[in-house]
Design a protein around this ligand. Structure first.
Ligand SMILES: *Cc1c(COP(=O)(O)O)cnc(C)c1O
Length: 389
């Protein structure tokens, strides 16, 4: 399906709402019925009817159709956070006694689910370096029901060979679930490579304006219906109409925003790689990146997030760099209009700094919608001030 059609028309029916161009926020908890038969039909199949907005809602439905089409999926569910998309997606695939194989250090709250919550119910997880297919094969047990992927991840950008992992899983009846937040479906199509379900934090690029927390899960109609009828409805973690409307608004400009950020990334990456105070840059589509071949074989683009290792050898200098940035705000998250920085030292106890560890001298940068010149001048200024600290 054509991208412009998906973003501008699919799922929209203007005649239903006064020929308004922008879809309405159907801000209602409830839907009424004129006949017992109609109510009975909605009770029997809430997935297919508007009954109560914890389930289906017309504004959310427009968004679901667009997001499913973007992923090349039969259907998509929208959640009130990326974390709840992870929670419901994972939970739907395990029962007591089952086993998960996951990439090492997935998103923080996926780790919490695997390490703290699921063990209480007898579900165990083995973490592996997901870059080699042998590692997935070796970690499999007879009770393995889920492979959890995140490619690339959002600090060191580790990549997994998606088609190979999907093929291995299919042969063993194991479900595959990927966190595709970094690429979005515009730059990576996991389902086309055989992955069963793809999720994203829509808080990041889909929303794109740092004003909404949400998540997406896409896959087969059978899987989405089953998750809707159990995990989503029981946890009440669906997306509200207003948030769906914000995400629809974000989607309109998604390709342009990604394109702008890709261009900025190319310019800023070259600047960083040539800078005397920069030791190394990690970015999955940089030809020097360790897994560049694999990355470029399955991703059609990458943008925004990169990690830079600085030749600043004290926690004090690294702190000064982060604090002297003005255009880059110090904050978690990414995908919005504003550029961001997270210094790795912020995640370390203050006294434990080891300058020999490049990871500890790293900063994660997110490049937003500002001009590359504005951002490079900011980095230059902060590096100069940090060096003289
Ligand atoms: C932010 C993020 C999440 C969680 O999404 P929320 O919308 O914050 O709940 C999951 N995975 C990745 C890679 C993320 O960056």
């Amino acid at each position: 399906m054509e991208l412009s059609y998906i973003l501008n028309s699919l799922g929209e029916d203007h005649e239903q709402y006064f020929n308004a161009v922008a879809p309405p926020i159907v801000q209602t908890s409830n839907f009424t019925f004129g006949t017992v038969e109609a109510l009975r039909a909605a009770f029997a199949d809430e997935y297919g009817h508007f009954l109560y907005s914890r389930g289906q809602n017309p504004t959310v439905e427009i968004l679901r159709k667009k997001l499913a089409a973007l992923d090349g999926a039969e259907d998509a569910l929208v959640f009130n956070s990326g974390a709840s998309a992870i929670f419901c997606g994972v939970l739907s695939q395990v029962k007591a006694g089952d086993h998960i194989v996951s990439v090492s250090s997935p998103y923080t709250w996926a780790q919490r689910l695997f390490n703290v919550i699921l063990p209480r119910f007898g579900v165990s997880t083995t973490y592996i370096d997901g870059g080699q297919i042998e590692n997935w094969e070796r970690a499999c047990q007879t009770n393995t029901t889920l492979f959890y992927l995140e490619s690339p991840n959002s600090w060191t950008f580790g990549i997994q060979p998606l088609a190979q992992v999907a093929a291995l899983a299919k042969g063993r009846g194991i479900c595959t679930l990927i966190d595709n937040s970094y690429c979005t479906p515009l730059y990576q199509q996991p389902l086309a490579l055989g992955i069963d379900m793809a999720l994203q934090s829509a808080t990041k690029y889909i929303g794109g304006h740092s004003d909404c927390v949400a998540g997406v899960l896409a896959g087969s109609r059978i899987k989405m219906e089953a998750i809707f009828n159990s995990e989503l409805m029981a946890s009440g973690s669906g997306c509200t109409p207003f948030h769906a409307w914000l995400l629809l608004r974000g989607l309109r400009t998604l390709p342009m925003r990604l394109q702008h950020i890709s261009n900025t990334t190319r310019v800023v990456l070259a600047f960083l790689k040539n800078h005397p105070l920069v030791e190394k840059v990690w970015f999955p589509l940089d030809p020097n990146f360790e897994q560049y071949e694999l990355a470029s074989s399955q991703m059609t683009g990458a943008c925004g997030l990169l990690t830079v290792v600085l030749k600043l050898h004290s926690a004090k200098q690294l702190t000064a760099f982060a604090e002297n940035l003005k255009a880059f705000k110090m904050a978690v998250s990414w995908g919005g209009h504003e550029s961001l920085v997270i210094p790795r030292v912020a995640a370390l106890p203050e006294m434990s700094f080891d300058a020999n560890d490049p990871l500890q001298r790293s900063m994660r940068l997110y490049l937003g919608l500002e001009s590359p010149e504005y951002l490079m001048a900011d980095v230059e200024n902060a590096l100069r001030k940090a060096k003289s600290t």
